[in-house]
Every structure is written in structure tokens, then in C-alpha cells.
Design a protein around this ligand. Sequence first.
Ligand SMILES: *[C@@H]1O[C@H](CO)[C@@H](O)[C@H](O)[C@H]1NC(C)=O
Ligand SMILES: *[C@@H]1O[C@H](CO)[C@@H](O)[C@H](O)[C@H]1NC(C)=O
Ligand SMILES: *[C@@H]1O[C@H](CO)[C@@H](O)[C@H](O)[C@H]1NC(C)=O
Ligand SMILES: *[C@@H]1O[C@H](CO)[C@@H](O)[C@H](O)[C@H]1NC(C)=O
Length: 273
Amino acid sequence: MVHIFIVLTLLIKGFCSFEDLEMDKQVEQEANRYSDVLLLDYYESYNLVARKVFGFFRYVNQSCPNVKCVLKGDSDTVINLTGMEKLCEIMPDNNLTITGYYGWDKPLRDLQSKWYTPYFVYPIKTWPSLVSGFSYLLSGYGIVPRLMNTLETKTSFFTSENFRRLWEDILFTGIVRDLSEIPLVHNTGFHWGNKPDYWWHEGKRIILALETRTDCTESCSTEYAWNLVQANRRENNFSTFSSYECHLQTLREVPDFRNSIGSSLVRSQARNL
Ligand SMILES: *[C@@H]1O[C@H](CO)[C@@H](O)[C@H](O)[C@H]1NC(C)=O
Ligand SMILES: *[C@@H]1O[C@H](CO)[C@@H](O)[C@H](O)[C@H]1NC(C)=O
Ligand SMILES: *[C@@H]1O[C@H](CO)[C@@H](O)[C@H](O)[C@H]1NC(C)=O
Ligand SMILES: *[C@@H]1O[C@H](CO)[C@@H](O)[C@H](O)[C@H]1NC(C)=O
């Protein structure tokens, strides 16, 4: 069976803070009802997305390290689950790979930019090859434990707040992947931007992931994406769970999880305040 996990990166202002208790309540209700939300204990901010994605990988590392495929998708990206299942099936079982759409190659050094990276965080001129974070597929049994091991032994993630502020795709699909000697596969079906692109497979054009943009007039509009979601529902018969083997648990069911989610991260943040 193919195991796919999706992480939704919710960039909601006030999420899990006193600012929006109603939202917190709804998320908790969803989590308790469907066990499909992993609640992580940290501050929601654009600079801390790598920490969130780490929390997700750490969960996989602890609770289901032996899955073949792990998919990361942003909440503004529509995923063709049937297509992802198909892609996962044809990926090798034991050769580890990260598949996605090639992203930026150079750190931005413009102080005004939202994506500014200081030299003291990353002094090299180019990033290792990486794929865009809207969605990417990790495949091969044991890939997440391998990445977590590299993160722990070969990077300063656990000791450097600056390092943890690198964007998650640069960190996980670029730096950590490269240090783990895991190859990257470019697949145009994971498109992002204004025009969707396709994965050509067995003579068919397949959209694997689509970044939705409300200002988009072509086939990346919200409406188009919604149709894609509905088609996915039909194809996947969503009323039943596809994977009982790695059922997500809520914080309530895992009382230790709140403490175990990188206590060093919490400490280091306190130091910087
Ligand atoms: C990943 O799991 C292994 C085996 O349980 C454990 O030794 C390691 O500390 C875990 N890594 C992280 C970052 O949680
Ligand atoms: C999604 O993937 C399935 C399975 O490969 C494919 O049949 C379908 O056409 C894809 N949908 C889109 C919109 O590309
Ligand atoms: C797995 O990797 C090895 C070494 O790089 C290569 O020789 C082999 O062909 C790969 N297997 C598959 C199924 O891709
Ligand atoms: C689709 O889901 C319904 C309701 O859960 C179930 O009765 C039916 O057998 C499913 N069909 C397939 C093809 O899995």
C-alpha cells in the first residue's frame, strides 16, 4: 500500500494564540473528529515554517518511519492524490529520492526582500539543487529517518536559530537532501506559478500539484482547483481512510508530544527574546 502524508502549512495570523480562540477551537474539533491534524506547539510565523515542517517530519520519524512516500503540500496548493499515488508506485522502493519542481538557485541578498538570507547564515553563492516548497514527494523506505539523522548530525538546526529560519524547501530539499546524498528529481507535474504544467505518464497529461492563485485567470484559478479537488474526491472515494497504519494523533492523545517537539527549539527561542 502507498502511504502518503500531507502537511498543511497554515499561515493563519493568530493561530494557536490568544488572538483567535475560535479558530483554535475549530482546528481542535477537526483534529479530534478526524485525527487528521497534527498540532504543533510553536509560534506561527513566516520565519518559522522550517520548524513546522520539521515537526511534521519528526512525527513521521517517530510514528511511521517505514513508509514509502511522504508528501509535503502547502495549504494553498491543490494536490492530485490519485496522481501522487501513481507517482509513488513507480518510484523505487529502496532508492531514496525527492521529487518536485526545481526552485530558486541563489540566496537573495537584498535586505528589503521577504526572502533575504544574510551571508552569516549562508555564505555560499548558490543553494544546492532544490525543489519549490508548494509540494514535494519524498520517496523510498527510510527517507525521513535518513533526513532527520543528517539534520541532527550534519547541520546546526538544533543549535542555531538563524539556521532554522532558512526556508523549509531550501533546508529540506536542498541542504539536508544534498548532505544526505539523496538525488532530486524534477517533475513538471508539480508546477507552481501562473500556468499549470503536466507530468506526462503513459500518454496522459497529469497535474500533480497546483498552486492556487486568486488573481489567476487561467487554469490555476481557485475555481479550477476546486474542480480538481472534487475530481480527486470522486476518484479516491474519500469517505474511507486509506491508511490505518499511521493514523495521526492529536496532542490530547499524545500528552508527551507537546514536550517532545523540540524542547531545545523552545529554549533557544526564549534566549532570543
Ligand atoms: C528519529 O528516530 C530515531 C529512531 O527512533 C531517533 O533515534 C532519532 O532521534 C529521531 N530523530 C528525530 C530528529 O526525532
Ligand atoms: C490526477 O491523476 C490521475 C491519476 O494519474 C489522472 O487520471 C488525472 O487525470 C489527474 N488529474 C489532473 C487534473 O491532471
Ligand atoms: C538505485 O540506485 C543504484 C545506485 O545509484 C542504481 O544502480 C539503481 O539502478 C537504482 N535503482 C532504481 C530502481 O532506480
Ligand atoms: C466508496 O465508499 C463507500 C462508502 O464508504 C463504500 O461503501 C464503497 O464500497 C466505496 N467504494 C469503493 C470502490 O471503494
